[in-house]
Design a protein around this ligand. Structure first.
Ligand code: ARG
Length: 587
């Protein structure tokens, strides 16, 4: 149980003893920490229902709780708030229990589920946009939070590998090298196992092909025709498609890896394609698919809709399937292969309508219950001009650019601040990458998921304030304090005995982790964990400034402070790993 749950149970039981509802006993951290540690406001609604004076009800609860060993003080304030301060003995015992908890006080879900998280979403051969970066960072963090809370989680990158860009590339190559065996009419292979082009060729071809298709309808027709033939299974096109995907994915793997993002599955839109004929038949038989101007559509509007809800085009008039159809088929594929209770999609806010349509269609078709499909959308990372961020080189954005950008900046910063001195080149680069990536990820995660924010590398990279580098530094610092204490013969960690106010604040903060994790989990909001990590680092700093460890004479106090410091370090590192931040050995 988290500390809020623990206290709510005690206070809730007191309400029940007064013949009142258990839920009225809900306890939360005090709004005025200068007056108390926790508070319960349940006497106010209780009084309203019973037509009594709330202060009288609060006083009755106070009388029931007073003298209990958990509390140092219970008092009634204002119109009937119950203020609660824990006894140091109880606080010591609760904090002590964290030392043997491998979750370090982290909340566990009472009834875990099987979950698929769809995040990443990069497109084969197409450059990334900033939304892909945020999807990777936020999705990875949510995956780790769910897994830590007990869910069985599968993370899937869900590559964009089946769209028009594939036809644009195939037709582009056909124009450039028409004699390649892939283009010989009726050729069935086998085709060479080595690709006919390099990744650099692919990246050079895509923007040109896409621009040509925009400028010239005849050229666009070639691309559409190639897409359709690919989806229909023309062997030469399939073989080329495989090459393009493999080239792209090899580079992506390295980039995601450097970013600390790990997918369990590298599936894509194309993996759902084999299901399309079956689903088309099923949906047509049951009247869910309708014919409209030669296309097959699914209506998803409802009578009480406040906004327009256009139908889905499942198969277009040329017989090709698009983004809606592959998403619906992917739901069915996941249901069959993984059997999840829930699917989470970490995809940017611009796709809200898309997912609403897909979820409604899945519900209508009876494939998946709509309330178990969640689109966890997020805002945009903007440049200082307020528009979606672009690198200086111009339009195209690559994960590699970002990783290099933040690594270079971190290297500069580390040198300026006198950190990472006297390391060899390889270690400096590694530390710089970890610090740079942590700066970027923390900046992203510490903003509420649904807000936009501005990419400001100088601010992200500061060693002071609410930043990734500050937290990495805090983690490295706790470790070095403990190492020094050990070397100085401070002795073993032992029973926690809270006495000083800085010890009390640290213990309360450590106990708050469970509730922070629960809230971050339930709201799917990583910034709540970021806030907790930052507060923990600050409270630890105050504790360490005020409470001596090595030169404390009393062995019991020393042992207690060592335990608190160890816990702070463990909890901080745990949160860093949930956020996907990697702390270097030293800094
Ligand atoms: N590839 C898509 C894009 O770039 C994102 C995929 C998100 N996931 C999904 N199941 N639709 O916009």
């Amino acid at each position: 149980m988290t500390i809020k749950e623990e206290l709510s149970k005690i206070v809730g039981d007191a309400f029940v003893s007064e013949g009142l509802d258990f839920a009225l006993g809900a306890v939360k951290p005090a709004d005025r920490p200068d007056l108390a540690q926790f508070q319960c406001n349940g006497a106010l609604p209780a009084a309203k229902a019973a037509k009594k004076n709330p202060r009288d009800i609060a006083a009755a609860i106070e009388a029931r709780l007073a003298g209990a060993p958990q509390f140092a003080e219970i008092s009634v304030a204002g119109p009937g708030f119950i203020n609660i301060t824990l006894s140091d003995a109880y606080l010591s015992e609760q904090a002590g229990a964290l030392t043997s908890d491998d979750h370090c006080g982290g909340w566990r879900r009472p009834a875990p589920e099987k979950i698929v998280i769809d995040y990443g979403g990069a497109n084969v051969a197409k450059p990334l946009h900033v939304g892909h970066l945020r999807a990777a960072i936020i999705g990875e963090c949510l995956k780790r939070i769910c897994r830590f809370a007990g869910d069985a989680v599968t993370g899937d990158v869900h590559l964009g590998d089946w769209g028009l860009q594939m036809g644009q590339l195939i037709s582009e190559l056909a124009l450039r090298q028409p004699t390649l065996e892939y283009f010989v009419g009726g050729a069935t292979g086998p085709f060479p196992s080595d690709p006919p082009i390099t990744l650099a060729d692919l990246e050079e071809m895509y923007p040109l092909a896409s621009a040509a298709c925009k400028a010239d309808p005849a050229r666009a027709d070639l691309a559409r025709k190639a897409t359709k033939e690919l989806q229909d299974g023309r062997p030469g096109y399939r073989a080329l498609w495989r090459h393009f995907v493999d080239l792209s994915v090899a580079a992506m793997r390295q980039d995601y890896d450097d970013l600390g993002v790990e997918f369990d599955l590298w599936k894509g839109e194309a993996d759902a394609d084999p299901l399309i004929p079956e689903l088309t038949g099923d949906l047509s038989d049951r009247g869910i698919i309708e014919e409209s101007d030669g296309a097959k559509i699914i209506r998803v509007a409802r009578d009480d809709d406040k906004k327009e809800m256009p139908p889905i085009i499942f198969v277009n008039s040329q017989g090709a399937v698009g983004y809606h159809a592959t998403d619906i088929a992917t739901i069915v594929d996941r249901k069959r292969t993984l059997g999840p209770d829930r699917i989470l999609y970490v995809v940017d806010a611009r796709q809200r309508l898309h997912f609403e349509q897909v979820f409604r269609a899945a519900e209508r078709a009876g494939y998946f219950s709509e309330d178990r499909l969640e689109h966890l959308w997020f805002g945009t990372m903007n440049g200082k001009d307020g528009k979606p961020f672009k690198t200086r080189e111009g339009g195209t954005l690559k994960l590699r650019h970002f990783i290099d950008l933040v690594t270079d900046k971190a290297r500069e910063r580390l040198a300026e601040s006198g950190f990472a001195q006297g390391y060899d080149d390889a270690e400096t680069t590694q530390v710089a990458r970890k610090v740079g990536v942590a700066a970027l990820k923390f900046a992203d995660l510490s903003n509420p998921r649904t807000s936009d924010y501005i990419f400001d590398l100088d601010r992200f990279m500061a060693f002071e304030g609410k930043t990734g580098p500050y937290l990495l530094y805090a983690s490295v610092r706790v470790r070095s304090i403990l190492a020094k204490a050990k070397a100085a013969g401070a002795g073993e960690a032992g029973a926690i005995r809270i006495a000083a106010s800085e010890e009390r604040d640290l213990a309360l903060m450590l106990l708050g982790f469970g509730d922070a994790l629960r809230e971050a989990y339930e709201k799917r909001m990583p910034h709540i964990l970021c806030d907790h990590a930052f507060s923990l680092a600050q409270v630890f700093s105050k504790f360490y400034a005020a409470c001596r460890i090595v030169d404390e004479a009393d062995a019991g106090v020393r042992a207690s402070r060592l335990s608190l410091a160890i816990l702070a370090g463990r909890q901080l590192d745990l949160i860093l790993s949930l956020l996907g931040l990697e702390a270097p050995e030293r800094m």
